[in-house]
Design a protein around this ligand. Structure first.
Ligand SMILES: C[S@@+](CC[C@H](N)C(=O)[O-])C[C@H]1O[C@@H](n2cnc3c(N)ncnc32)[C@H](O)[C@@H]1O
Length: 279
């Protein structure tokens, strides 16, 4: 695991409160990487990542789902519309909660997802109540990842599944340059740590879950950052970000670092499905 303890939770919340409208304008309703099979649009690629994760998790229609770190509700709405899931989305950001609720309501999404503003590391959800805990690119922001996995395992019904996508630190040994690149990404993207694929497997197992599927999708997702870099270059978004504070410029200025980290193996992008036993 690569650690960067200088990140504060309030900074993460503020980042998403401010930057959410920009994500919506410049990327789309999902705040996650695209998954490219060939030369699809970035919006299509974002949906493909959602579809891939849902397929890997074999989510049954009408499942009860907790979408942890739900962003603008992109996954929650997709799961409700396409699989009839009863979804509760959890986000640290009050702006995202408001956006997600309003968008789902205006679009008449049924069954209507419910969105709550809470710190997923502290929130109390009903024990044994979820068929699926779903989380795309949120656990990177957590301070005590093993504790979160123990907590989330308790939310699952027997046989319930945890479906997760996450940015990963490359497996050791990393060179000094690779370690520094990963630390730069943690700094610019507000991640107190990045676990390796092995770390995630260990955290699932320690929480009593069995990893049933594991894949590295780095090659299929890294085009995200080529496109984002190009959009930053071609627009005035950096000037706009300056108006909102140094942290938002810091974020934009680390797009190259994450692309370099993927290209050099300092970081990877992983997908995991882990299942609770029958008790
Ligand atoms: C990269 S975005 C991913 C959003 C969404 N999963 C998607 O794929 O569109 C990270 C999300 O994690 C949320 N997040 C970060 N730390 C959190 C915490 N401690 N509790 C709840 N949500 C958190 C942010 O508010 C944001 O919605």
């Amino acid at each position: 695991m690569i650690e960067f303890p200088d990140v504060a939770k309030g900074v993460i919340r503020n980042h998403y409160d401010i930057i959410t409208p920009f994500y919506r304008l410049f990327w789309g309703p999902h705040i996650h990487h695209g998954y490219w099979e060939s030369d699809e649009s970035s919006q299509r690629a974002q949906v493909q990542l959602t579809e891939r994760l849902a397929k890997a998790a074999s989510i049954a229609p009408a499942s009860r789902v907790y979408d942890i770190g739900c962003g603008m509700g992109g996954s929650s709405v997709w799961l409700a519309k396409n699989l009839g899931c009863q979804v509760t989305g959890v986000t640290l950001s009050p702006v995202q909660r408001l956006y997600a609720s309003s968008a789902a309501s205006l679009r008449g999404v049924k069954p209507r997802p419910k969105f709550i503003r809470a710190d997923a590391e502290a929130v109390a959800l009903d024990q044994g109540s979820a068929d699926v805990v779903w989380s795309i690119e949120c656990t990177e922001h957590f301070f005590d990842k093993p504790a979160f996995f123990r907590k989330a395992a308790g939310w699952l019904k027997p046989q319930g599944r945890f479906a997760l996508c996450a940015w990963l630190a490359g497996e050791p040994p990393l060179s000094a340059e690779q370690t520094e690149l990963t630390r730069q990404v943690c700094r610019g993207m507000f991640c107190p740590s990045l676990g390796t694929a092995s770390d995630y497997c260990k955290w699932f197992q320690e929480a009593g879950l069995t990893v049933t599927y594991q894949a590295i999708w780095t090659k299929q997702v890294q085009r995200t950052w080529e496109i984002c870099l190009d959009r930053v270059e071609r627009t005035r978004i950096r000037h706009l970000a300056k108006l909102f504070g140094a942290n938002h410029v810091l974020f934009l200025d680390h797009f190259q670092a994450i692309l370099d980290a993927y290209r050099t193996g300092a970081m990877e992008y992983g997908c995991f499905i882990a299942q609770r036993g029958s008790k």
